[in-house]
Design a binder for this molecule. Structure first.
Ligand code: ASP
Length: 331
């Protein structure tokens, strides 16, 4: 069992956490959604639950990567954990449409061959990221939607649930008071550089609160909310999806890094702070680059997020989690 580096004090970093790459065995970053989440830090008991969940997600991915698993396996395991966790807006706990229904989106992409799979608007698939992976592996398509995607998931033997499975006491309250202003942000994402040097990105979400039924966000759109290319980086976005679609954010970060010679940090910051902003494109992204660097910028008040990596020749892993500005390595 690897020893975990523990800093006793919380370290204050800027909203854009950056970890420079070096001789690294593997690197992974996760997000649990952007938006008005920094207020969670003012509620210690609630914050503890979020930190514990982010930490568990990091350790699930870390243990797989440390044992030499492929990045795609780590991404799916991490996202399944977060989808099954009612704290996040993906799988169980997903936000609802204006009609009080649940419509989930997810995508996965592997940078080694640009293979990708996605589902949009699925109502009864327990783990949409598994359906996205099945689309990638079993079909010649990239994106399946609605009842067609559900029928495909059933054919693939994936677990189907009653649509009310996704509801939590909190979402039931929303459904009853769906006209009242409220919001839930908590899309989940995971990006990985594995020990073989392959990059993978995955994103899963219930979408935007009170979206119209049939609305599809950025998460399942390759190049908007999710992208991976071994010659560049792996990206998963969260935030106001319509803006992430218009700006093709995930692809642009990869392209700027690949073609303009910008660092991963510069490319990601350009998209989150220059092209988007808190009013037009509220949100953030997580990125892992081919040079094993990590950046996690957001223009919203917070983004629940984490990273873990292991440098070559070191027995310790380095990890950090945060919701608002602060990144901590223990809680
Ligand atoms: N980007 C997601 C969407 O627009 C929502 C989110 O990340 O909170 O569907």
């Amino acid at each position: 069992m690897q020893k975990i580096s523990i800093l006793l004090v919380a370290v204050l970093l800027s909203t854009a956490t950056v970890v420079k790459g070096q001789n690294r065995d593997y690197a992974m970053a996760i997000h649990g959604g952007a938006g008005n989440v920094s207020q969670i830090e003012n509620e210690p008991e609630r914050a503890k639950l979020y930190y514990a969940s982010l930490d568990s997600a990091l350790m699930i991915g870390n243990n797989l990567l440390a044992s030499g698993a492929d990045g795609v396996e780590a991404v799916i395991a991490v996202l399944n954990y977060l989808e099954n966790n009612p704290l996040f807006n993906a799988g169980k706990g997903a936000t609802c449409t204006l009609e009080g229904t649940f419509e989930l989106d997810a995508a996965i992409m592997e940078g080694k061959d640009l293979s990708a799979g996605a589902v949009a608007g699925v109502r009864i698939v327990k783990n949409p990221i598994n359906a996205a992976y099945a689309v990638k592996q079993q079909t010649s398509h990239v994106l399946l939607s609605g009842t067609g995607a559900e029928a495909f998931a059933q054919e693939e033997g994936l677990e189907l649930v009653d649509d009310m499975y996704f509801a939590t006491p909190k979402t039931m309250e929303w459904i009853e008071q769906v006209k009242r202003e409220s919001e839930k942000n908590g899309t989940v994402g995971c990006v990985v550089l594995d020990t073989k040097g392959n990059l993978t990105a995955g994103t899963s979400t219930g979408g935007m609160f009170k979206k119209r039924w049939g609305r599809i966000g950025d998460a399942p759109l390759i190049g908007a909310g999710t992208y991976a290319d071994n010659n560049s980086c792996a990206i998963s976005c969260t935030g106001h999806g319509e803006y992430f679609i218009r700006h093709a954010v995930a692809f642009h970060v990869c392209a700027r890094y690949k073609y303009l010679g910008e660092s991963l940090e510069e490319a990601a910051h350009h998209m989150i702070y220059q092209e988007l902003n808190a009013e037009a494109g509220n949100g953030g992204l997580i990125a892992v680059g081919k040079e094993r660097n990590i950046t996690l910028p957001f223009n919203s008040s917070g983004m629940s997020r984490g990273y873990v990596y292991k440098d070559s020749g070191q027995s310790d892993i380095i990890k950090g989690i945060g919701i608002g500005e602060k990144i901590i390595s223990s809680f």
